[in-house]
Design a protein around this ligand. Sequence first.
Ligand SMILES: C[S@@+](CC[C@H](N)C(=O)[O-])C[C@H]1O[C@@H](n2cnc3c(N)ncnc32)[C@H](O)[C@@H]1O
Length: 238
Amino acid sequence: MNFPKANSFPTSVMRERSMGPNPLKLCEELLAYGDIPASSVVLDLGSGAGLTSALLARECGLTVYAADLWSDPSDNMRFFEGLGLTNRQVVPLKADATALPFATGVFDSVVSVDSYNYFGRDPEYLGEHLLPLVKRGGELLLAIPGMVRDCHDNLPACLLASWTPEQLDYMHDMDWWRTNIAQTDGVDILDMREMACTREAWADWIACDNEYAAGDRAAVEAGALDHLNTIAVRLRRR
Ligand SMILES: C[S@@+](CC[C@H](N)C(=O)[O-])C[C@H]1O[C@@H](n2cnc3c(N)ncnc32)[C@H](O)[C@@H]1O
């Protein structure tokens, strides 16, 4: 695949700030499946160290709220400023996805890359905490790390080479996510599909020089990506 937006960031920056499979490539592919109008106000939910927020603001001209629980918003702001982005373009904040400090209907769209599976597995999450913040007709684009087919009853050794059964419980297949999301009123599932860039995004991740990437290498090298995918979900608030 071609990734002009993702590849506009130096590899060194991607490697320093990724917290999982290349979020820039996942984000660029995800955007191609959706329809986020120019100059939308977007919530980047679980934005980590800010890579996807920077892509959305700099490469797409969107106004972005970069909300994340674990990352330091001041560090993210310095990263954005270093790219020439201002607080008119991207606003970082520390926020819990289950207690988002925003008015109802304030966002045109939501993007979430490699994060939704931390909080969205609760089937009540979407309707209670996220959907109300989106305008009617607005889209939510999610890139969720998933399983090709749920195999929690008989986990392959390659997955267990890097992760515990408890960690793998955060990963589910497309049918599981469809059932989870379909329980929410007021949202249409426009599309769900496996993302094409999963292997490439993982290759970029395990080449990173940090202890988390190093820890994931054993599983990937043992064949974990035969069982794992990334699920793109396109939703629209009714
Ligand atoms: C694997 S990292 C991915 C980060 C970033 N999207 C990326 O791809 O580099 C998962 C992110 O989910 C965020 N997260 C987990 N639980 C959260 C919650 N309850 N509210 C907000 N963010 C949460 C963490 O702060 C973390 O940055």
